[in-house]
Every structure is written in C-alpha cells, then in structure tokens.
Design a protein around this ligand. Structure first.
Ligand code: K7E
Ligand code: CUA
Length: 623
C-alpha cells in the first residue's frame, strides 16, 4: 500500500467514524464501519449458500406446544415442526387412526427435554425421546421419518420434568417427577404430605425393532421435587444424578416456603444395581409398576447436599464429574464421582433420609465456581477443550469457565434470559465445541411486535475461539427448553416409504381400489395419486363414496406416487377432518358419518399442477 493510499485510508476511516458519530448522535445505534465489517464476518459464518446444507440439526423442544422444532445450524433456519404430544392438522397427526389412538384423547403436552438415542455415549441418530410434564407421558420420534411412533403413559407420576435423559447405550430413558403426588394420584390430604406423597423415577426401556416403550421399573422417593437429571458416562455410566428442591416439604407458597433450607440434595442412583434387584424379584407391584423403595434396597441410592434449590445437573463428557447449577445460589458446584464412590465404599455417611444415605458435602464437592455478578445459573454445557458453559437466567449471559481450574474465561450477554443452552453434540462423550445456542425465555422488542406476548428467542454463539462471539438471535415459538444439536450425517432420513404389497389395508394399483360394506361399517381401500383419488375402481364415479347416516367409515388410503416429496392430503369439507399420506405410506382415517349431507373431499397438500382437480365427494344419505 502506498503512503498516499494509507493516508487517504486513514482519512476515510476518520471521516467514516465522524459520519458514524454524527449519525450515532442523531439516531443512536447507527452502524460504524467497524460494525459493518463485523456484521459481514458474522453473516458469512451462518450463510449457507443455495444448494448447500447446514452442518447440524438442532432438535428443540416446543414446550407446551407439545411439538418438536427442527432447525438447521448454523443458519438458524427453521425446517419443520414435528407434532409429538399435540394434534397437528398440517400433517394429519392425531386425525388418522394410528396417531389418534396414540394421543388417546390428549390435546396438549408440555415437552421439555429432547434426548437422542445413544450408543457408547454418542448420538446414534435413530430416535429422539421426549417427556410430557403436562400429562405424564414419554414419546419416541423415529428420526428416519421424523414421525412420532410411540407414546407411553406412565403410572404413579406427577409431571416428569426431570427427564428425559438416556444412559450411554440407551439402556434406559429416565423420567423423574417434579410434583410429589400420592401413588396413582389417589386422594390424600396435604396434611399427610410427608407420609403419603411420593416422588417417583420411571425407568423406561425402548425396543428399537418394535418401536415400543416398556416401563422397566420405578423408584419411590421422598416427596421432594426432582428438577433435572443426567445419566453418567464411562466411569459413572451405571449411575444417574438428579437435582431436588422443596426438601422443606412445602405444600403451599412454594416461592417462599420451598427456599428455606440452605441445602437441597443431588440424588445418585445406580440403575445397574436396581436392574438386578428387579430381575431378582425384589420389588412391590404398584399400579402396574415394579416399585423400588430405598428403605428396602440398600447400596443403590444416595444423596449429596448441594446449594439451595439447584436447577440443572450435568455430567462432564469424561463422566468424572457432575455439575449442579445453583438457580437460587449464584454458583456452580462441581462434584467428583470418584469421591462419591469412595465415600460410598467407606460408608462415610452423615445421616440417612427415607432410607437414603447422605454423603458428606465437603468430601464429594470439588469446587464451587462463583463468577462475580453472575446470577441465576440454570444449566451447564460442554466443549471439547475442558470448558463448561453456564446459562445465567437473571444476569442474562453465558459464562465460560475451565472445569479443572474453575477459572472464568469469558462471559457474553444473551437476548434475553437464557434457560437452557445447547452445544453441538453437547450431551455426548465427544462434544464438538464450535456452537452453542442460548434458548431464551424473553426477546423484549428485538423483533417486529406481535402484541403483548413477544416471541421467545435463541442466540447463536460461536464458541470455537477463546472468546465467545454472539452471531445472531432469532425468534422462536413457545417455548424452547432444551435442544439437541447433532451432526447432520448422524441422521439418515428415508426419502420414501417402501412399497409393500403385503402391508395391511394397502392397495397399489388404481384398478384394485374398492369398497367393502359390512353392516354399518364401510371400508374404503383407496389410493391417492397425482392428481386424483380412486376409492372404487369399478364405480361409475370412482372418486365418490356414498354411505348411510350413522355408518362407521374407514378411509384406508395409500399414496402410490413413489416420488420424492409428493405428499397428498385428505380433507373432508365441513367434517373437521384432515390427514395426509406421504409417498408410499398407507394411513387410515375413521369416523362415524353422523352428519347427513354432501361433503366435498379434497387434497389439502399442493401436489401437482392439477392439485385443484384432486377432489371427490362423500355423500351421507339420511337413514
Ligand atoms: Cu426450561 Cu429444563 Cu424444563 Cu431449565 S427447564 S430452563
Ligand atoms: Cu394431491 Cu394435492
């Protein structure tokens, strides 16, 4: 660069700064040249050119929408909403026979914590599990189709908030309760809280072949509230850890009454030992569950005191420590599994509560990390360089610190009030250390206003360097709690459902479409193809179904377009019914035709240039 160019360059920058300063003085927030360069470099980090794909899937809980949100990272583009605990007309979920039976009449769920199935502590990408705090359920989403394929209702529960977390090889999917409740939800006076109310952990298993949950056993615990849990890894692989609050047994005004004690507990459970107890028949049957009582089973359940009302507890990627986030106490507490195991070995117990030996805090606790002014720590995530990242709800930031030394390395503001954060491959033995997403409860006025309820927001933060860098914030539907960020090649979705001529209720040629009438049952074995429905190939009008008032009608529809991305919808005008069939899929819609009249049927999913012509009629003749 010549001298004159340097001088003019310097002048240019000065002039730019001056202009920026004047603008800034006038309008506030005007970008400087430096800001612009900075924004350009940020934009480049998240720009995914047309034809290329994001590096990661982010599978985020949709909270009380009961849904799963799928995002691409780093672009933060929303890709899909997958219904889990809630009906969804966009995909017909909860309308067709199978999914309606699976939802079993429930119209909402409160999905907090997604967990991807693991093999040897790594995400294997086959399934995603979800908890429903609202209605005591656990669900599995098949990640080859992004369809929810099983939901199990759990007995004896009171809001399984502290799950789901999977053990290293998905041996168990654990769900501890938030609200103490009498077993089976029976009536019991709150005056008898300590005796009759219980906390419960459900240990469920999932058969990947059959795609079915099973409740292996439950653990009956004192009526504390269990907030979050995590599964051990490697040396701690046989254990799960859970935070508690309300060890005061408050039954009203928890805001005050459940924050009295200086210490609550972290409960440690050896699931392997309990598995053996159950195999040996050492349990009581309670409402269909094999129930373990800590007073009868020694050597598997312990607790260690922790600073009051902790929220999250997370196991480090090497499995050697567990870290509690203080929530009410502004600190993170690092505990050593090795010390916990040696205290157990030597029976170094302080006292016992409800049959649970209490380990000495000073021995198991390795370090308290207390960054000045950092308030409301909720959850911990990890990178691949020995660092932890804590969300601070009250001081609205993420704090990065070194696990070995406790030294605080960096802090970065969030917009605003993060609950969880999710790091790339964050729950695994091998986190990637490039991205973390703050899942925030508030956005204030960061986005175009949609009225008094602002959207929640998510912050994308680059954690690949020593200092964290805030890249962007995006709005999100209520309500992000936790997410899993998984490398895209770990997920292998199918493109089509395989043609299977033996599949129950399917027909694959339009000539084979037919209707079977049996008393007041009408079974339509139909096909959907571009651009028509065929219900009865022989009929004068193959796309018309005539039934009698009160008939129980079954539309068994197969989409025979074995072409990528050609989904057909199926809506019945004025009957409040809609479902869809994806390429190669067979689905059944069943209902009682209790309204007489003439009802157009039409394809709701735009599928071809003649999509508007893809229609027919349902005629319901009065009796
Ligand atoms: Cu939102 Cu995990 Cu339910 Cu913390 S929980 S924030
Ligand atoms: Cu089929 Cu639109």
């Amino acid at each position: 660069m010549t001298k004159s160019r340097i001088i003019s360059g310097v002048f240019g920058i000065l002039a730019g700064l001056l202009v920026a300063f004047v603008f800034f003085a006038d309008y506030g927030g005007q970008e400087t040249a430096e800001d612009q360069a900075d924004n350009k470099s940020k934009a480049e980090k998240v720009y995914v050119p047309y034809g290329e794909l994001d590096d990661y899937y982010m599978l985020a809980s949709g909270g009380h929408s009961g849904q799963l949100f799928v995002y691409g990272i780093p672009s933060m583009r929303k890709i899909r909403t997958v219904p889990v605990f809630t009906p969804d007309p966009a995909t017909g979920y909860g309308y067709d026979k199978d999914t309606k039976e699976m939802l079993d009449g429930y119209t909402w769920g409160d999905f907090h914590h997604p967990a991807i199935s693991e093999t040897e502590g790594e995400y294997d990408g086959e399934f995603l599990f979800a908890n429903d705090v609202g209605n005591n359920r656990v669900a599995a989403v098949d990640l080859s189709t992004f369809h929810t394929t099983d939901i199990m209702k759990l007995p004896n529960m009171g809001g399984p908030h502290a799950g789901v977390f999977v053990t290293e090889n998905t041996e168990y999917i654990a769900l501890p309760t938030r609200f103490a409740r009498p077993l089976g939800g029976e009536y019991a006076s709150l005056d008898n809280y300590e005796e009759e109310y219980k906390g419960v952990v459900s240990m469920t298993t999932f058969d990947r072949e059959k795609q079915e949950f099973d409740l292996a056993y439950q653990i009956m615990l004192p009526p504390w509230s269990y907030d979050l849990s995590d599964a051990g890894k490697k040396m701690s692989g046989d254990w799960i850890v859970m935070t508690t609050y309300n060890t005061e047994f408050a039954t009203t005004n928890l805001e005050i009454n459940a924050s009295q004690n200086d210490r609550d507990y972290i409960v440690l459970i050896n699931w392997k030992k309990l598995e053996k107890e159950v195999a040996d028949g050492n349990y009581n049957e309670v409402n269909g569950a094999k129930m373990i009582d800590p007073r009868d089973h020694k050597g598997a359940i312990y607790a260690v005191p922790v600073a009051k009302s902790p929220h999250g507890v997370d196991v480090t990627p090497d499995g050697e420590r567990f870290i509690a986030a203080g929530k009410l106490a502004p600190l993170m507490t690092v505990f050593s599994f090795e010390e916990a195991f040696s205290a157990i070995e030597e029976e170094d117990f302080k006292e016992e509560k409800f049959g649970i030996p209490i380990l000495p805090y000073d021995r198991v606790m390795e370090r308290e990390v207390d960054p000045p002014g950092a308030l409301g720590p909720l959850h911990t995530q990890f990178d691949d360089r020995g660092n932890a990242y804590n969300t601070m709800f009250i001081s609205s930031e993420i704090v990065k610190w070194n696990i070995d030394s406790g030294e605080v390395i960096d802090r970065i503001p969030n917009y605003y009030s993060p609950g969880h954060a999710a790091a790339s491959q964050g729950d695994t033995v091998d986190p990637k250390g490039d991205w973390i997403v703050g899942l925030n409860k508030l956005s204030k006025d960061n986005f175009l206003s949609v009225g008094p309820s602002h959207p929640e927001s998510m912050d994308l933060i680059d954690i690949s360097g020593e200092k964290m860098e805030h890249i962007m914030a995006v709005p999100v539907d209520p309500e992000p709690h936790y997410a899993q960020i998984v490398e895209r090649d770990k997920i292998n979705p199918i493109k089509l459902y395989e043609k299977d001529e033996d599949r129950e209720d399917s027909v694959w040629k339009k000539e084979d479409a037919h209707i079977v009438r049996d008393g007041d049952e009408v079974h339509v074995y139909g096909i959907a193809m571009r651009s028509r429905f065929v219900f009865d190939a022989e009929a004068e009008r193959p796309d018309v179904v005539e039934v009698k008032e009160g008939d129980h009608v079954y539309f068994h529809m197969t989409n025979i377009d074995l072409d990528q991305d050609i989904t057909h919808g199926f809506g019945i005008n004025d009957y409040d019914l809609n479902f869809e069939v994806q390429p190669g899929q067979t689905s059944t819609l069943d209902f009682v035709a209790d309204k007489t009249g003439t009802y157009p049927i039409y394809c709701t999913n735009f599928c071809s240039a003649l999509h508007q012509e893809m229609s027919g009629y349902l005629l319901v003749e009065p009796k």
